[in-house]
Design a binder for this molecule. Structure first.
Ligand SMILES: Cc1ncc(COP(=O)(O)O)c(C=O)c1O
Length: 375
């Protein structure tokens, strides 16, 4: 491992910073010299650029991607007595947002190929109280949106895309966050588009929803001291907006690089019998926020330990499905079986994935995976 004597992390944000260091330093210093830290031109500029990138007319910058889900739900008028269907395999924030708005989360199982919400499973759990569904575009792969939008149209419920892991992902030529009534994004640092702290955003094609979401995120105000509704403080700060604007200009190139890395992983690993690699969908290309393989449950811990011993970091997204989290079973007392989500949580492993990952590092990783399965 002489030329690779360094630890290979799951995500390398420092390598990314070095690749854009001077533009980033200028942008950050520009904000500090402006003395304007909340709102202002930087935030407006980023919102316009991100709306353009997501192919929608409107973007509401928020403080993080959990707030953006909650604010989207609030703008749609969802609350107590309403049911919101979410996939049983996601980060807990999707569940929390529904609970924090006072609505009832209803879990549905995933499509085991995409790891995303399956319209047939939505049909199985929807009721007359269903007001919205939140498909999560997990790992960078968009959910199969067409049947979900049809189902929502026929049954009159809203669709909020949780696109926290899918900036720039496409589905039949449409961009993540532009298909549902509202899209929700997180710019948590490790995301494909990540801030240097917390940040999030809502995207929408609907002007009224935009105005309402904007108001909710900004203390319910229309102008400085004219507060019309009970809102909250969920502002994006100017430093994060400046960081995000710099990075947004590189996002397409970074997503392309992730795609190349994923293809290479697939080539190098697909012949290992005990591994299931992601399925490439030409109509709905993933932006590979994470590169996730599946291995037999009995081998997963040992594989991760073996790779760690060789300085390769791996992760599990997520080791417990939402259906089996204590918050669900013990606090919310929701009893549900989502076998595909539960099986996935026992078998998935995330390998290092970031645009700066080199071919040599990838070969090193895959050789070790090969060695593990051949002994
Ligand atoms: C699918 C999903 N939804 C929502 C969130 C919440 O975003 P944030 O951490 O910015 O609140 C995340 C973040 O990890 C996520 O992965």
């Amino acid at each position: 491992m002489s030329s690779l004597s360094k630890h290979i992390p799951l995500v390398d944000l420092v390598a990314q910073y070095y690749s854009i260091q001077s533009e980033m330093d200028d942008a950050i210093s520009g904000v500090i010299h402006s003395g304007r830290f909340i709102g202002g031109e930087e935030v407006k500029k980023f919102a316009i650029k991100f709306a353009g990138f997501s192919n929608v007319p409107y973007c509401v910058p928020c403080a993080n991607g959990t707030d953006s889900l909650e604010i989207a739900l609030a703008a749609l008028g969802i609350g107590k007595g309403d049911e919101v269907i979410i996939p049983a395999f996601s980060f807990v924030a999707t569940l929390e947002a529904v609970c924090n708005i006072g609505a009832t989360p209803v879990l549905c199982d995933i499509d085991p190929i995409r790891y995303t919400m399956d319209a047939r499973n939505v049909e199985a759990v929807m009721t007359e109280k269903t007001k919205a569904i939140i498909p999560v575009h997990l790992y960078g792969q968009m959910a199969d949106m067409h049947p979900l939008m049809l189902l929502a149209g026929v049954n009159n419920f809203y669709v909020i895309e949780d696109a926290a892991q899918a900036h720039g992902a496409e589905y039949n030529g449409q961009i993540a966050g532009s298909i549902g009534h509202m899209g929700s994004f997180s710019f948590y640092p490790g995301k494909n588009l990540g801030a240097y702290g917390d940040a999030g955003a809502i995207t929408t094609n609907d002007e009224q929803l935009y105005n309402l979401a904007f108001k909710i995120a900004n203390h319910g105000r229309t102008s400085k001291y004219d507060h019309e509704i009970v809102g909250r403080n969920s502002r994006m700060d100017s430093l994060q907006a400046a960081v995000l604007s710099v990075k947004l200009a590189h996002l397409r190139e970074w997503n392309k690089r992730r795609f190349e890395i994923a293809n290479r992983y697939i080539q190098l690993l697909e012949d290992i019998e005990q591994i299931t690699v992601p399925v490439i969908n030409d109509q709905s290309k993933s932006v590979y926020h994470l590169f996730v393989i599946r291995v037999p449950k009995s081998k997963r811990d040992d594989l991760m330990k073996y790779l760690a011993k060789h300085s390769i970091e791996t992760g599990i997204h997520y080791p417990i499905s939402l259906s089996k989290l204590k918050v669900t079973t013990e606090q919310l007392k929701i009893v549900t079986n989502c076998p595909q989500s539960e099986k996935a949580s026992e078998e998935v492993v995330s390998l290092p994935m970031y645009p700066e990952l080199t071919e040599a590092q990838q070969e090193y990783i895959c050789n070790h995976i090969q060695d593990f399965f051949s002994t």
